[in-house]
Write a protein that binds this ligand. Structure first.
Ligand code: BJW
Ligand code: ZN
Length: 284
């Protein structure tokens, strides 16, 4: 049985040399963003995990773009919560010195909402010392786009509302009881460099996660792994704690519910809302 002792956990934390955080949708739940597999994990009548695939994209680019347009608008008004800020404080030397003075930190998030980085940017701009921790958005970011042409290297941040005129308003159409509109391919977002179709720069099933080599290296050197708000159903993120455990590191799981996918490697388990538990248990 994993331990629930805060005192024992803090002992491990204070001696840690390399901390790996693996976070998921539960971290953003308190910001009002639906988790992937929980309630609200369907969009219109479609399962979100079916739409986040290359097959769905090839079958219906209009629908997949409407799905991501909807998600961009869902996230645009949302703010980081106390869980994001607590983990961001771990990337600020001033805070980390108080709880894990000898540690480096790499925070790998599966979330594409940008809130982990937003929290860190906020803390950095209010601090004299720059951050020295790293945040990696392994599944990409909702506001990044990439050209689909194999011989074009265009990729960019795009915060426009709407991203193209034809998608404007589609986020509300079906919710209001109307039939799903069909946006013609020619009216979807196109590359300013080569005029081919753009796609959201997010990682769909079967695609290689961003910065995977760096993530695996961080897992191999970690002696403590914090697993925060993820169902641990999606690889390779779900396998990172196992990797840390196999190298002799400790694993602490933070989730609203007991997470049975880490029963073999969890040394600590803290069941509760991560927006309050992270700060309370880490002491940041
Ligand atoms: C709270 C809380 C609160 C709530 N406090 N907690 C068979 C066929 C084909 C593929 C595969 C296969 N078997 C394995 C694969 C690989 C596949 C995979 O894992 N599939 C499984 C489903 C079986 N993986 C991939 O294809 C990945 N790529 C890959 O493996 O490449 C090969 C490779 C590996 C390594 C090196 C080189 C190459 C890519 C996966 C891409 C996943 N993409 C998505 C969509 C991104 C865009 C988008 O968002 O639309 O990412 S899927 C979706 O799941 C999204 C999420 O990031 C990801 C994880 O979900 P997450 O975060 O865990 O959310 P939930 O909703 O599942 O869980 C929320 C949790 O929070 C719950 O536990 C709650 O209890 C908790 N919670 N409130 C604390 N307040
Ligand atoms: Zn292009």
């Amino acid at each position: 049985m994993p331990s629930t002792s805060i005192e024992d956990f803090r002992g491990i934390l204070s001696n840690a040399r390399n901390i790996l955080v693996v976070s998921g949708a539960g971290l953003s739940a308190a910001s009002g963003i639906a988790t992937f597999r929980g309630q609200g994990g369907r969009w219109r009548k479609y399962d979100a995990s079916i739409l986040a695939t290359l097959a769905a994209w090839h079958e219906n680019q209009s629908r997949v773009w409407q799905f991501f347009h909807y998600r961009r608008e869902e996230v645009r008004s949302k703010r980081p919560n106390d869980g994001h800020y607590a983990l961001a404080r771990m990337c600020m030397p001033k805070w980390r010195r108080t709880v894990a003075p000898n540690a480096t930190i790499v925070h790998v998030t599966q979330n594409i909402d940008g809130l982990c980085l937003e929290a860190l940017d906020e803390l950095s701009s209010a601090s004299e010392e720059p951050p020295d921790g790293t945040i990696i958005e392994m599944h990409g970011n909702l506001f990044d786009v990439v050209c689909t042409a194999f011989d074009c290297d265009y990729r960019a941040k795009n915060m426009d509302y709407p991203i193209c005129p034809a998608l404007g308003g589609t986020e509300a159409i079906v919710a209001a009881g109307n039939v799903e509109p069909v946006v013609r391919r020619a009216d979807l977002p196109h590359c300013p460099k080569c005029q081919q179709l753009l796609r959201p720069d997010v990682v769909w099933f079967g695609e290689r996660p961003k910065q995977i080599q760096r993530i695996l290296e961080a897992a191999d050197s970690a002696d403590l792994c914090l697993v925060v708000g993820t169902s641990s159903l999606v690889q390779p993120a779900s396998k990172l704690p196992e990797r840390v455990h196999a190298n002799g590191g400790k694993v602490a799981v933070f989730n609203l519910e007991p997470n049975t996918n880490h029963s073999d490697e969890a040394d600590f388990e803290f069941v509760g809302p991560c927006e309050s538990e992270i700060a309370r248990i880490l002491g940041v």
